[in-house]
Design a protein around this ligand. Structure first.
Ligand SMILES: Cc1cc2nc3c(=O)[nH]c(=O)nc-3n(C[C@H](O)[C@H](O)[C@H](O)COP(=O)(O)O)c2cc1C
Length: 209
């Protein structure tokens, strides 16, 4: 079994937003799991990790917006929405590139090319994730730029890996070059996935602590 075969699946990338109506708090996270599943009626599916704050918001609010990320997005968009949790920070604080859609939820207007607003019809408990099936009720094209695929993100948006530093005295650890998470241990498992930003072992560098 070669786990890299999974990287051959083609994915888009999206900012999925929802909202806590009681606390009046908006939030969103990066996902690669949005797809259209029926056309009449028009429905999408989206799988969200239960650990994500956005997951709980979608569960309670029953509505979500998908901002389709374009090739013009910069890494900062991924850092803001993909490497930190709305439980700890307000992701829209100091961020100007958003608007509120007719469904009352925010969507991202820069580095994106479409808005898809939807209402959850069903949800399926998949263990680590919940799969939401949602009926599309808001559609807007935001730009003519092409959509950002996961592959394009890996090759053109994510910072290039730096050369591995020489081994020094001390305890070995592995630092995620993308978000800075540190895994302590001599060897990093090949199939390791960063618990913070979900990047794989190839994005870790050996450090000494
Ligand atoms: C490129 C990329 C793809 C991601 N894909 C997914 C995904 O498909 N599903 C998911 O639940 N989280 C995914 N994540 C991770 C979440 O965006 C991340 O855990 C986020 O910090 C959760 O924020 P929240 O707690 O505010 O919801 C991805 C992150 C990145 C950078």
């Amino acid at each position: 079994m070669d786990p890299k075969a999974m990287y051959k699946l083609s994915y888009g990338l999206f900012v999925v937003t929802s909202r806590d109506e009681e606390k009046n708090k908006d939030n969103g996270c990066i996902t690669n799991t949005v797809m259209q599943v029926t056309s009449d009626p028009n429905r999408i599916s989206i799988a969200v990790n239960k650990a994500n704050y956005t997951h709980d918001l979608i569960m309670d609010c029953g509505r979500l917006n998908v901002s389709v990320i374009s090739k013009e997005a910069d890494f900062e968009l991924f850092r803001r929405f993909g490497f930190q949790s709305g439980r700890d920070v307000d992701k829209f604080d100091g961020f100007a590139d958003y608007e509120r859609a007719d469904n009352g939820l925010l969507y991202v207007t820069k580095g994106t090319n479409a808005l898809i607003g939807a209402t959850v019809e069903k949800s399926f408990d998949l263990g680590t994730h919940t799969m939401f099936i949602a009926a599309v009720n808001e559609l807007e094209v935001l730009s003519g730029a092409g959509s950002c695929t996961y592959e394009f993100y890996q090759s053109d948006i994510k910072p290039a890996p730096a050369a591995a530093p020489a081994k020094q005295e001390g305890k070995t650890a592995w630092r995620c070059r993308i978000c800075g998470y540190v895994y302590e241990g001599e060897e990093l498992p090949e199939d390791f996935v960063c618990p913070i930003c979900k990047h794989g072992a190839a994005d870790f560098e050996r450090i000494t602590v």
